[in-house]
Design a protein around this ligand. Structure first.
Ligand SMILES: [Ca+2]
Length: 217
């Protein structure tokens, strides 16, 4: 039962960056994080050495892939270590108006902000903005979902916010960052620690998200 569930869960992930043994490789699809800037390996939240990454106004690149092409789920463990104007978790597209981007702060509020811009020369009208600030120095499990025109944001396995979002384009995303904005100059690189980053090519349900949150690693 447990083995079958684990295997089924594993197979539904399309990208998984567990961060361990000083590696930022994607162990499912080889979309290895590369060219780190101001990035360091640190103990994860359980104290295992070299099992999480710390970005201090830093970022990684993600290789070109079609990461988001319909319903999707992206999740991570994250701990903010400083505030920053729209500092990014992920910013991934072909230019800044054709991108999926998730900030861990709307403005300087530390309230997560989720937006998908589609095939235009301006930002999407729609955005999902949490009403609840993340506390600096606290680990959270955050999940962002797109499903049939709606976005959903879960914090520690519990739904925090939902609302209309634009669709992601079905494209190979050639400009893709962990921790960096395409609005260079306006938004600083992030100061945060990350661990256990996963992307699924479908919308996980509430039970599945809670199980991910409860996984002991
Ligand atoms: Ca890890």
């Amino acid at each position: 039962m447990v083995v079958r569930d684990l295997l089924a869960g594993y197979l539904r992930e399309i990208h998984y960056w567990p961060i361990f043994n000083s590696s930022t490789n994607d162990i499912i699809s080889n979309a290895d994080l590369y060219e780190p800037h101001n990035a360091f390996f640190i103990p994860n939240r359980m104290g295992f050495p070299n099992s999480a990454i710390s970005l201090l106004r830093g970022y990684y690149n993600l290789p070109p892939r079609n990461y988001f092409n319909g319903d999707f789920t992206i999740m991570t463990w994250v701990k903010l270590t400083d505030s920053g104007h729209f500092q990014r978790f992920i910013d991934c597209g072909i230019d800044k108006y054709k991108a999926v981007y998730i900030s861990l702060s709307s403005g300087l509020t530390n309230k997560p902000h989720f937006k998908i811009s589609y095939d235009s020369d301006r930002e999407s009208f729609y955005a999902l903005v949490s009403d609840n600030s993340l506390v600096i120095g606290v680990w959270y499990h955050l999940t962002f979902i797109f499903k049939e025109n709606f976005g959903y944001y879960y914090r520690n396995g519990v739904l925090d916010k939902s609302g209309i979002l634009d669709h992601p384009m079905n494209i190979t995303r050639t400009i893709c960052y962990l921790g960096k904005s395409q609005y260079t100059g306006a938004d600083p690189d992030i100061s945060a620690d990350f661990d256990e980053i996963k992307i699924f090519n479908r919308a996980l349900n509430a039970d599945e998200i809670f199980r991910e949150y409860k996984k002991p690693f």
